[in-house]
Structures are given as C-alpha cells and as structure tokens.
Design a protein around this ligand. Sequence first.
Ligand code: MN
Length: 258
Amino acid sequence: MSKPGQRDSPMMGLVDFHCHLDLYPDLLAAVQECERRQIYTLAVTTTPKAWPRNHQVASHTKHVRAALGLHPQLIAERANEIDLWEEYLPQTRYVGEVGLDAGPRHYRSLDLQTAIFRRILTACAIAGNKVLTVHSVRAASRVLDLIDECLPLDRGRVVLHWFTGSRREAERAVGLGCYFSINAGMLQKESARQVVEMLPGERLLTETDGPFVMSQDRSAEPRDVEAVVNGVAHLRGVRPQSLCLSVLQNLRTLCTEL
Ligand code: MN
C-alpha cells in the first residue's frame, strides 16, 4: 500500500527535447508511445532526407514535433544535402540536429562543418522564429562564436544538447540566451555535473538522445527522461516534481518568447 500523497504513477509533463525517434525500429510506434505517455518530445533528424516522414508522423500529434537536421558527423559525406535542408526550412519551427563535432573521428571535416553550420545559422536568422538543438562536441567555443556572429537573440533560440564545455563556456552560452538539454550521459561526468548544478533553472531542459544513450543495458527511450529529471533534481537539491514542472514551463517560455 502506498502512503497518502505518495506518487505511484509516472511523472506527468515530461520533456525529451532531443531524441532520434526515427532510429528506433518503428518510428510510428515510437511516436505513438510518446503521445500515449504524454511526453513532449522533439524528434530530431540527422539528414534532411528524413524530414518528410518525421514531419508527417509528428504533425498529427499533440506531444511530438519533428526537427529538420543535418548532423555534423555526416557532413564529410553529406554536405551537399544543405540545399535540401534549406528547401525544407520554411516547413519547420524546429531545427536539429545541427552543430559541430571536433572529436577525433570528425575533426578533419571541421572546416566544412563550420561552413555548413554558419549557413544553417544564417538561414535561421533570416527566417526568424526557429528553435535549434545544437551538438557541440569538443567545439563549445567555436559553436558559441558562430551563434554570437550569426544568430542574434531576437532571430532565434539555441538549445545546447549534451553540452560538455567548461563552466566558463556555459556562462558565455547563458549570456547568449542559450538553453541546455541535459541527458543521463552528462550526469555521469563530474565536469558536466558541475555545469548542471550552476546553470540558471530557467534555462534547463531534459533529453534522452535515445537511442545513442544507454539506460541500464538497453537504448534509452523518451520515458527514461524521468531518470534524468530525478538526477538533475537531486544535483540541484529540488524535488523531482518541481523540476519537472519548471522544465515544462521552460519549454513553454522557449516556444513563446521569440
Ligand atoms: Mn543526437
């Protein structure tokens, strides 16, 4: 028997602001699961070729939105898809996954990645009113330089996904108006935990980055964002339900402040 006031049901109003629903075996089933569990989910894509299907499936839902992406790790082979990405841009409010990856496997395409990311940010600034989920592996400073240069605060909003930059870089990102979507991987690393502790509460979002992040011994799914809420709440010394509510409020603010 549960005590009065004890919560047995799953947390309501969860937010998974970065998940690759189209990389699970069944996109439609993954979208329906988010809808059934009422998890506000951003279905990011890695190539604009995936946009039409993701957009079509998400557009009939209350809780799922698709984002138009061109992943930095694919730029070496797919830079020419930027034309298709630009063609689809007017169809979406949400952009991602985009950004830079200066890790060892992708470092050699960093100049090309930078040119493409600059073009993406500029196109978003011209269009206005876009919300971007941005990858910045080993490239936090360069990503922030480009945001500063190409996307003024009144032309768009950036959510830094799985941010692994320093505290100083995080402070700079806050000054540039960025939000941060926190995932389980970040909570395992002491340097990232310190960033999660210091960020302003009104800039926090949550994500799973499924299926790339593992939860126990399987790929994370949007429902696993509840563990992220618990972890972030614990780190920041607040109750999970109150963190969950403020993340949802942050999502509302992000989507209405532009
Ligand atoms: Mn991702």
